[in-house]
Ligand binder design. Sequence first.
Ligand SMILES: *[C@@H]1O[C@H](CO)[C@@H](O)[C@H](O)[C@H]1NC(C)=O
Ligand SMILES: *[C@@H]1O[C@H](CO)[C@@H](O)[C@H](O)[C@H]1NC(C)=O
Length: 354
Amino acid sequence: MPGDSSVNFSVLHRICKLVVLLCFLHIAVTVVFYVRSFDFRVAFVQNQQSNYNIPMFRNTNRVVSSGLEPAKEEKVLEQPVKKLEKCPETSPLLVGPLRVEFNFSVDLELVKKENPNVQPGGRFKPKDCEALQKVAIIIAFRYREEHLKYWLHYLHPILQRQQLDYGVYVIKQDGNDTFNKCRLLNTGYAEALKEYDYNCFVFNDVDVIPMDDRNTYKCFSQPRHLAVSLDKFNFRLPYVQCFGGATSLSKEQYLKINGFPNNYWGWGGEDDDIYNRVVTSGMSISRPNSEIGKCRMIRHNRDKLNDPNPQRFNRIAHTRETMYKDGINSLKYQVLSIQKLDLFTTITVDVGKP
Ligand SMILES: *[C@@H]1O[C@H](CO)[C@@H](O)[C@H](O)[C@H]1NC(C)=O
Ligand SMILES: *[C@@H]1O[C@H](CO)[C@@H](O)[C@H](O)[C@H]1NC(C)=O
């Protein structure tokens, strides 16, 4: 029994020694790590200070830094000096043919969520490169809320993929007098320019949707007919002078034809007048091929107060004589309101009556 207890005691003694040894080891390791991290911290602070001081000295209008990582901070400081590179001629984001259907209802709240980079008023520009053109998209409008919803649903994603610096302007004719599309389009041109330095204008009927995002909504060396092959005409160009649905003109081209005629009330004729203006000014129409130029048109009955214009044939015959007197240089209108909505800017105008 006593032998047993002495054995127990010596075992206990050894265990105690081991525990004490482990404690020392633990303290030693802790001290080593503490000293090393202290060294590191000193070095870090010094490093940060040197990074802090030099750019501050060089750059008086420097960006205030909140970062902790020195490397990152240098980059942030360089960015304001460096200009964005120009976007490529052909956007790498394009996907080609698109399915366009009108058998569902569009929720604009959802469209807004799906396009978080579109700014109030329907403005957008690419983040990673400088867009090649500043494009104002002008839509003459009255009564067709449902069509506009489809247009916004389909076009915002397409225009962003095309890497354009763009704004969407819906020009709404006030009151119930006969519709005058061209006065609205001319108004859109004038009002968009008051807001931004646009150099390209796309005039898009609210019910025409492109079916291929390679059909870029930009301007070319000649006025562009974008809506080349409509489903309504079995995807064919109905006649070679056709210049409607969706067109683009640079600011220079638009001014060269003195904008659009102001005296076409009701349906029809104005597109042909614009075609005559283009040709009379010595320009020609450029078009994408019929595959890329496919568009879908929303079927609908003609609006009230947009009856065929009986004077249209007579007017078209005289474009050459009237075009320099009647156009953007003789436009009269009164803006009643301008609203910046999430997905577009809407401008309500009084364009007068026939
Ligand atoms: C719309 O029509 C297309 C083609 O006909 C069909 O595939 C799609 O399921 C339809 N969508 C709805 C919501 O009905
Ligand atoms: C225009 O017509 C609509 C119905 O089509 C009517 O609700 C509205 O009051 C009319 N506006 C004016 C100014 O007459």
